[in-house]
Design a protein around this ligand. Structure first.
Ligand code: C2E
Ligand code: MG
Ligand code: MG
Ligand code: MG
Length: 278
């Protein structure tokens, strides 16, 4: 019953399972067990240099393989965990796994690249998680530049000042902050005005329009230019075609994340890619 998520990118059910099932509260109660039972696994999606194609970093993305329901997309369960306040448990788990992974390779002297993990706006309410992150960066078992944090504008909007302070502390300790899903919300440019992000991730909704929409082709270079003017680098999310990749490269987008190069993968497979990277 473990379904290939790439064939069926969203929730997968038993035949007698109703679609409504996914919407009820069971997700959040089952989530605790899922952590205990190791049904949750961190996948890694490489992010490449747009010119050389070399892996420069990766994003940690959670995968939940439910014993009965199969693959449940984080696009479905992350918002549910945010609603009931348990998302920081997930993010703490991801943080621990990512740290252990990087440390393992770093200590063996193997090739490592920075890995970014997603922080939910809810995480900023969890003081112990934030303390854990800062404490870790102070006593890091490896250079703190090897771990990065992605936030969306929702985090900022929810708790403006406090988030800025936390992010500044994280940056002072040497970890980069990425602005995720840029352009998909309501106040993206306002975010750029408020905080000095290290990397801006151009939302997939732009990338996938490159071939069909001349407005996207006008906007993307301007987003890249704005980022560079603010000393931020750019990652384009969701590149799937050669045309998209060529366009992004031509317009100076620094890095690319997308199925054209790599899908999110298990850590062992990611390690193999890193071993071939140098
Ligand atoms: P995100 O942070 O914007 O992550 C990028 C999403 O784009 C991932 O979806 C990734 O699999 C997908 N993606 C990358 N390249 C392509 C492509 O070429 N084509 C297409 N169609 N998709 C591509 P995923 O893994 O399903 O995650 C969805 C969202 O769930 C994430 O969006 C993030 O907001 C959230 N999420 C995932 N893992 C975590 C986590 O550990 N913690 C938190 N708080 N949120 C997470
Ligand atoms: Mg992200
Ligand atoms: Mg994103
Ligand atoms: Mg997203």
């Amino acid at each position: 019953y473990i379904v290939d998520e790439y064939l069926k990118p969203y929730a997968v059910f038993d035949h007698n399972m109703d679609m409504a099932y996914i919407d009820n509260a069971e997700i959040t109660t089952e989530f605790e067990e899922a952590i205990a039972n190791e049904e949750l696994e961190v996948y890694y999606q490489p992010i490449v240099d747009s010119v050389t194609g070399k892996i420069m970093s990766a994003e940690a993305l959670i995968r939940w393989i439910h014993p009965k329901k199969g693959f449940i997309s984080p696009g479905i369960f992350v918002p549910k965990l945010e609603e009931d306040g348990s998302i920081s448990k997930l993010d703490r788990y991801v943080f621990q796994k990512v740290r252990a992974y990087i440390r393992g390779r770093y200590e063996k002297g193997l090739e490592v690249v920075p890995v970014s993990m997603n922080l939910s706006w809810m995480d900023f309410y969890d003081e112990t998680l934030i303390e854990e992150i800062i404490d870790f960066l102070e006593h890091a078992e490896f250079p703190s530049r090897l771990i990065r944090f992605e936030i969306t504008e929702t985090s900022y909007a929810a708790l403006e000042e406090n988030v800025g302070n936390v992010l500044n502390k994280i940056k002072e300790k040497g970890a980069w902050i990425l602005l995720d899903d840029f352009g998909s919300g309501y106040s993206s440019f306002n975010m750029l005005q408020k905080f000095s992000f290290d990397i801006l991730k151009i939302d997939m909704s732009f990338t996938r329009e490159i071939e069909a929409n001349s407005r996207a082709r006008k906007l993307i270079p301007l987003i890249i230019e704005a980022a560079h003017a603010l000393d931020a680098r750019t990652v384009a999310e969701g590149a799937e075609t050669k045309e998209q990749v060529e366009f992004l490269k031509e317009h100076g987008c620094d890095y690319i994340q997308g199925y054209y190069f790599y899908r999110p993968m298990k850590k062992d497979e990611f390690s193999e890619k890193l071993d071939q990277n140098s």
